[in-house]
Ligand binder design. Sequence first.
Ligand code: AN0
Ligand code: CP
Length: 321
Amino acid sequence: MKTFINVEDLGNLNQALAEAQEIKQDRFKYQHLGRNKTLLMIFFNNSLRTRLSTQKAAMNLGMNVIVLDVNAGAWKLETERGVIMNGDKSEHLLEAIPVMGCYCDIIGVRSFANLKDRDYDYAEMVLNQFIKYSGKPVFAMETATVHPLQAFADLITIEEYKKVERPKVVLTWAPHCRALPQAVPNSFAQWMTAAPDVDLVITHPRGYELDPKFTQGARIEYDQRKAFEGADFVYAKNWSNPGITTPADYGKITCEDMTWTVDTEHMSWTNDGKFMHCLPVRRGLIVTDDVIESPNSIVIPEAANREISCSVVLKRMLEAL
Ligand code: AN0
Ligand code: CP
C-alpha cells in the first residue's frame, strides 16, 4: 500500500478486519517488519489520539518514529506557489517536503481544513503535495476532508460490539461552538457505506448535507428522532456547513439548535444503542455527561482501536516498501 486516504486503499474490508483482529491478539507479531525503518509524523494541527496511537502502532511494528509539529519549532511554511515570500513564512513546502522525505521511509500527515475555500480544502493541496514530492508512502492522519484511520477504527469497533448481523448505524450531527471540518463524517460515511454489513442512516439539519461523493448509498433522514429509532449505534459528530446546498456558507456555523445534543431521551429512542464519538468531544454540546458516561458509551474502546487500525495500515505499507 503506497497511500492510505480512502476506503478503497485498503481493498477487501473483511480481510482488513481479520488482520485487525490478528494484530489485536498479538500486537508485536510483525515487529520484524519495521526494523530500521523510520516513520515521520507531520502535524499542522493539534492531536492527542492520532499522535499517541500512531506512534504506538509504529513502535509495535519495530519502527523508529520522528514527530514534527510544524507550528511549534519548525519554520513557518508557505504552501502557495508564485508568491513573493516577504512575510512571516521562511520556507516553502516544495523544499520542505522532499527534505522530510530524505529522513524517513513512511510519512503520516495531519493537514486540516482552512474552512474558507471549499475548492482549496477538497483539492487536498497539502496532502497531495506530500504524495507528489516526498517520494515516500503517505497516509492521512486527518486531512482537510478525510480521517480514514478514525473510520477504520470505528468499523473495527462496530464489528466488535454489534449484536445483529447488519446493525443500524446512525451518524448524527450535533451542535458545537467552533467551526469544525467535515473530515470525520466524510470518512465515516464512506467507510460505513463500503462495509457490507452496515445499514447507515445520516441525520442533520437541512443545509448540512455532506458531499454526496462520501454519502452515496446512505439514507438521509432529517427527522433526528426517526433516524434514531431502532439504532444499534449512534455516532455523534459536529461538522460545519459543507456548502453543498449554499456554497457561500462553506465552513460556517449555520445551525446552533441544541435540541440535536444527544441526551438520554435521544438514546431511549434507540435499540439499546451504543454511543460513539471520535473524541475530543465537548460535553453539553455534542452529548450530555449522562450519555457519555453510560455503560452504552464505547468511546474509550473506540479510541483504543486507533492503535489497531493504524497497525494494519503501517503493516501494509511496510510490506510494500
Ligand atoms: C477535530 C475535527 O472535528 O475534525 C478533530 C477530530 C478528530 N475536532 C476538533 O478540532 C475539536
Ligand atoms: N480522534 C482523533 O483523531 O483525535 P485527535 O485529534 O486527538 O488525534
